[in-house]
Design a protein around this ligand. Sequence first.
Ligand SMILES: [Zn+2]
Length: 249
Amino acid sequence: MAPLSPSDVKQLHLADVTLPQGHPLEGETCPVYGHVVQHPQGIVVFDTGIGEGQPGIEALYKPVRRPLAEHLAALAIDPADVSLVIDSHLHFDHCGDNRLFRDSPIYAQRAEYAAAQEPAYTVREWVEFPGARYELLDGESQVLPGVTIIPTPGHTAGHHSAVLETSEGRVILAGQAAYSATEFADPEGTDPRLRKGSWDEDAYLASISRLHNLDPRGWSTSPTTRRCGEPSSHDERPLAERAAHHAVT
Ligand SMILES: [Zn+2]
């Protein structure tokens, strides 16, 4: 089988949110990303963005969307043709359009799914819907050749990332395993305020270290913070060029 090409991995800019009062980066705009992997054995979607129809989310985060369905249509992908979905975790800004994928397996860690049953953890109806089919993992799992899910707890107890083996090296879809490219590259040298709110800061740092040990050629985090006035940097380059992204929420 031909290996994945980096160009098979598409980053999707699903929304911009405004970080609310009380957030360490209050008032800043934060892009939300998902990814599509056009694997020879099936199409993979990694994170589905923010859904619609929740007044509380609209009021608090003021999302401006380009929904996942539009991105898929532009790529000539019917949601019914998506083989599997991976949610890095089940917060509202990562699972919002899971509802597009009735009957497709949605991969989440069992610990994450359990957390999502707790009040105020997420938007329940974006997680549970008719036809929802969760594949719950207790650790690492290769879901397609060259596509492996690995646990990266820290932001949440059940956060996981996808490791892609491509013809030009390893690419990691890190979800919110790190809040920014800068933090990913140098966690100890980065403002710790954002990760202080994590489920477990020690686990968070250990997960970043584990991702480093995989020696990735490229990585992407989501959501991503593009700080006001910050110059566009390496985060604009495609994954194949060692993309890395600034992240938050
Ligand atoms: Zn989150």
